[in-house]
Ligand binder design. Structure first.
Ligand code: SF4
Ligand code: SF4
Length: 281
């Protein structure tokens, strides 16, 4: 049986790595809709979560108190969310004293809850909150998961990439193909240059300069229910050729208006792959 999602850092008994809470600075709230807000940036999200966490500290842990907090924090819900049918939970906040880790303010281990689980007050309900695991937890190979959790250095970038199992798999497969062997965790943990290059790749999720014009932004809808499938690479003219990195470009939600533009995107990726492999060899 899968270990319930928790605010504690620990090992998932079924899947090996526990991706939801990794360390004091790395954690995720993507399935709670953390990134499903318009025009997100790390600073904006930090400010929102900080304010919410401050307010929540004095909220009475009663049905009325929690309901009132939820009602008052529904602001982001009324804005146009990138994925309208996907919630953004108002109980997402910071769960570490130094505001370095995101998590659930209703969790029994969250500050002020004295071990009591208040997640029954959430939109999804307690059972879903306790037991849901996103596809990456079972689709992303364990060695790739391990490299990710040992290399990522902040919650914002980590939560944006961790659900992107197809993107991560395509990245690691490219590195393995260039190395001519399967990747190992040590390849990254013992090589600063490789780890730095991988962190640069992770940042492409928020900073990708070739995102198609109608992209919902960096938020990922990963529920595999057919509601918001990610389209193929957008090409404004038919003479833009298929790319050797087609899979990666698709998962980065890319769009191109010229052959020169896609060539520049490929060059950017090439440089990152080269830097990674040179760090490992
Ligand atoms: S999106 Fe996946 S990794 Fe992130 S908190 Fe949810 S289950 Fe955990
Ligand atoms: S109440 Fe549920 S959906 Fe909201 S932050 Fe907590 S775990 Fe996520």
């Amino acid at each position: 049986m899968a270990k319930a999602r928790s605010n504690d850092t620990c090992i998932d008994e079924t899947h090996g790595n526990y991706l939801c809470q990794v360390s004091e600075t790395v954690s995720c709230g993507a399935c709670c809709g953390l990134y499903n807000l318009p025009n997100i940036s790390r600073v904006k999200l930090e400010n929102l979560l900080s304010e919410r966490t401050d307010t929540f500290a004095s909220v009475p842990r009663t049905e009325d108190g929690l309901y009132e907090f939820q009602r008052r924090n529904k602001g982001p819900h009324r804005l146009s969310r990138p994925f309208a049918q996907f919630h953004h939970c108002p109980f997402l906040g910071f769960i570490s004293g130094n505001r370095s880790r995101v998590g659930c303010l209703l969790h029994p281990a969250a500050p002020g809850n004295c071990g009591i689980d208040y997640r029954s007050q959430s939109w999804y309900g307690e059972l879903a909150c306790r037991t849901y695991f996103c596809p990456a937890t079972h689709k992303l190979p364990s060695v790739y998961q391990s490299i990710l959790i040992q290399t990522a250095d902040n919650w914002y970038d980590f939560g944006l990439i961790v659900t992107e199992h197809a993107l991560l798999t395509a990245y690691f497969e490219e590195i393995e193909s260039r190395l001519g062997r399967p990747i190992e965790v040590n390849d990254y943990t013992q090589n600063n240059r490789a780890a730095d290059a991988f962190r640069e790749f992770i940042k492409l999720k928020s900073k990708w300069p070739y995102r198609r014009h109608d992209s919902p932004g960096p938020c990922n809808f990963f529920f595999e229910n057919g509601q918001y499938p990610r389209p193929g690479v957008f090409r404004s003219t038919p003479d833009i050729q298929l790319s050797p990195y087609e899979k990666i470009l698709k998962e980065l939600d890319s769009g191109f208006s010229s052959a020169e533009e896609i060539a520049a995107a490929e060059q950017l990726l090439d440089n990152l792959f080269l830097k990674t492999v040179q760090g490992i060899l």
